[in-house]
Design a binder for this molecule. Sequence first.
Ligand code: DDK
Ligand code: ZN
Ligand code: ZN
Ligand code: ZN
Length: 307
Amino acid sequence: PRAHSYTKYNTWSEIESWISSIASSNPSLISKQVIGQTYEGRSMHLLKLGKSSGSAKPAVFIDCGIHAREWISPAFCQWYVKEALEKYGSDSEMTNLLNTMDVYVLPVFNVDGYVYSHTTDRMWRKTRSRLSGTSCRGTDPNRNFDAGWCTIGASSNPCSETFCGKTPESEIEAKNVADFIRSNKSTIKAYITVHSYSQLLLFPYSYSYGLAADHSELMSVAKGASSALTSLYGTRYTYGPGASTIYPAAGGSDDWAYDLGVKYSYTFELRDTGYYGFLLPESQIKPTCEETMLAVNYITSYVLKNL
Ligand SMILES: NCCCCC[C@@H](C[SeH])C(=O)O
Ligand SMILES: [Zn+2]
Ligand SMILES: [Zn+2]
Ligand SMILES: [Zn+2]
C-alpha cells in the first residue's frame, strides 16, 4: 500500500494511520481525540498540539477539509502539524506558542466527502448525507452553521452545491465541531478554517455586508498575515470581510465562531486563482503550505501577544 507523504494528497486511510503514528510520536507535545463520527460512521480525529500542562491553556482551532474536493486544505493541516513538531524547541515563535497555547487541528472535517472525492467524484463538495424526498446527496457544511442560516448565498434546494441543510447543524460533522467549540469557547481565542481556491484571507461577516465589531483589528491582522505569505514566493492574496471580498454566504463556520465570541476568526482560500483550481498539482503542495505557514504563524503570534 502507498505510504503517507506530506507532499502527496493522501487517502483517508493514509491520513488516519498518520494521525495515529504522529499522535504517539511525541506524547508531551501532541495527542488525539475523536470528537464524533461522520454520517457514514468514520471517526473525526482531532489533534491537540501544545506542551501538556495541568491547567487549561488558551487555544487556537484549525480545521481543514470542510469541502471534499479542496485537497490542498487537508494537505495544509498535515503540513502544519509536521512543522509545529519540527520547529518546537528550535523556532522561538512556535516554541512560545506551544508552551503557552494549545492548537487544535482537525485534519479532515468532511471525511465522507473526502473519501468520495478520492473514489468516485473528484469534484464533490458537500457531505454525503441522504436527504428525504430526493436522490440528491449532501449538505454544504459551510452553509450549515447557525449564523444567519440560509438567508443569503445559500440554497434550500437539496440538489444545490450550497444546500444549507434541513436545519442548522443538521450535518453531524458540523454539529460535532460546533459542540466541541461551544464546550471549549472559554479557551478558544482563534478559529482558522482552510479552503481552496482563490488566494483569499477572509473574516466575518459573510452573512451580512455589515462590518464586524472588530473589523479594523481583523483587517489589520489579515493585512499582516497576507503580506507575510506574499514575502516567500510573491503569491498575492486579497483580504477582507467575506461578503464583499468573495460573495455573501450565510451559515459559515467562521461567522458562527465569531458570533460565539471567538474574535480572531478567519477563512483561507489557498492556491490557485483558477488555472488548476481544485486540481492543484502535488508539486505545489510544498510551496503552498510553506507560504501559508507564514500567514497562520502571523495570526497565531498576534493572538499570543494579545492574550
Ligand atoms: N463563511 C464564508 C466564507 C467565505 C466563503 C468561503 C468559501 C470556501 Se469554498 C465557501 O464556503 O463558499
Ligand atoms: Zn471550500
Ligand atoms: Zn473555495
Ligand atoms: Zn517549513
